[in-house]
Design a protein around this ligand. Structure first.
Ligand SMILES: [Zn+2]
Ligand SMILES: [Zn+2]
Length: 418
């Protein structure tokens, strides 16, 4: 049987209009009420069995089509606290207040508007092409990806128990450097473990002119930050990636007072469980060791806190699933439009869908989103580089991107559900 790419051109205009609407009306993490409602309403119209408010604003839409396997496809829903500067006629003008009461813009700067649109396109295509597949399709609109909360919240709320447990999970994410019309893939570890860690270095406060009367946590913090850099360079296997970044350091009030404590805020990135555990243990050991060498009293040793809420496991693309789906992509959009990409130390909470025992094979692929002309222009000498995801000027090329997203995801779904 020839494997034809599903004809999605009829859906495309509706998809582009939906994406414009979503782009103009972004919502921050945990607040994706309207976005979820738009998704749920369309899924219901297409005959999907829809459950809302799963793990917050999450949406689960199920289409049963006889006996067979179960495939879950996930889109995220949330925008970012970024004021849009793309100049697009449909640019977001939404403003809101952040936790500190500051006025911030809201923007789909990570392309989640494109992801939701592709999910609706796939829903439509799969309901029209029911004679070409069998089994169960579970389409998921997941909240709060940007704060790595939504996947955990949905799983805790019974995503794998209240609804059919998937045999595979797929997702796509726009790629800010890949040409629209192409898809990219990484087999194995694709995105990193994120561990958010606070290290509170405690000393003994004193007058700034009498350091001998105290234990200065600023000096201890300075030594600790530098010593953390030896974890990557001296302790971890050099061919294993790891990042220890101290992104914030807070301590003290006035130049002539030695404070009681200094707080370091770290983001720690890794791929394997072993490197992750070794790195976290080293952070604690180094912090304690430096405090001890400074003569900090036993009851003022550093406090190391792991923030589970702001941490997420690596995304491991199952090599068997990748091989199978990438084969489908090659037949669908052509060999030249399917490219191998490099893993990155960024993170995604989609990885969590693959960590619940018994583990489900997952695959997140990358969807090219920039026109060929823009990529070529960015390579000219002196030209500005392409904006990254989360940039105020990141703007995907909608039509080709959405068409490729819907075509590839639908083809993968049909091929898996045979
Ligand atoms: Zn993002
Ligand atoms: Zn994203």
């Amino acid at each position: 049987m020839p494997r034809l790419s599903p004809d999605v051109s009829a859906l495309l205009d509706q998809c582009v209009a939906l994406r414009r609407d979503l782009h103009q009306n972004p919502e921050l993490s945990l607040l994706e009420e309207k976005t979820a409602a738009k998704l749920a309403e369309r899924m219901k119209k297409l005959g999907y069995q829809v459950t809302t408010k799963v793990g917050g604003t999450g949406v689960v839409a199920i289409l049963k089509n006889g006996p067979g396997k179960t495939l879950l496809i996930r889109s995220d829903l949330d925008g970012l606290p970024v004021r849009e500067l793309t100049g697009a006629p449909y640019a977001s003008r939404v403003m809101t207040k952040d936790a500190a009461g500051q006025s911030v813009g809201v923007m789909h700067a990570c392309g989640h508007d494109v992801h939701v649109t592709c999910l609706v396109g796939v829903a439509r295509a799969m309901s029209q092409l029911k004679e070409r597949w069998k089994g169960t399709l579970v389409l998921v609109g997941q909240p709060a990806e940007e704060i790595v909360h939504g996947a955990r919240d949905m799983l805790k709320d019974g995503l794998y128990t209240r609804f059919p447990r998937p045999d595979w999970c797929l997702a796509l994410h726009v790629d800010a450097e890949l040409e629209a019309g192409k898809v990219g893939y990484v087999s194995g570890y694709a995105l990193a473990n994120v561990d958010s860690v606070d290290v509170t270095i405690r000393g003994v406060g004193a007058h700034g002119a009498q350091p001998d009367k105290g234990k200065d946590p600023v000096v201890i913090a300075a030594q600790t930050v530098l010593a953390f850099q030896t974890i990557d360079s001296r302790e971890i296997d050099p061919v294993q990636p790891v990042v220890v970044t101290v992104g914030a350091i807070h301590g003290g009030t006035k130049r002539n007072i030695i404070p009681d404590e200094v707080v370091l805020k770290l983001t720690v990135r890794s791929y394997s469980d072993e490197v992750r555990a070794k790195t976290l243990a080293a952070i604690e050991r180094i912090a304690n060791g430096i405090a001890q060498s400074a003569g900090v009293p036993e009851n003022r040793m550093p406090v190391v806190t792991h923030l589970d809420d702001e941490s997420t496991p690596a995304t491991y693309n199952d090599p068997g699933l990748v091989e199978r789906v990438v084969g489908t992509f090659r037949r669908t959009v052509g060999e030249e439009n399917v490219v191998k990409r490099e893993p990155v130390m960024g993170a995604e909470d989609f990885g969590r869908f693959g960590t619940e025992e018994p583990k489900v094979p997952i695959f997140m692929y990358r969807l090219g989103s920039i026109s060929g002309e823009r990529i070529a222009a960015s390579k000219k000498p002196g030209a500005a580089p392409l904006p990254s995801l989360h940039s105020a000027i990141y703007l995907p090329e909608p039509k080709t991107t959405i068409r490729t997203g819907v075509t590839t995801m639908t083809a993968a779904a049909i091929d898996l559900l045979q």
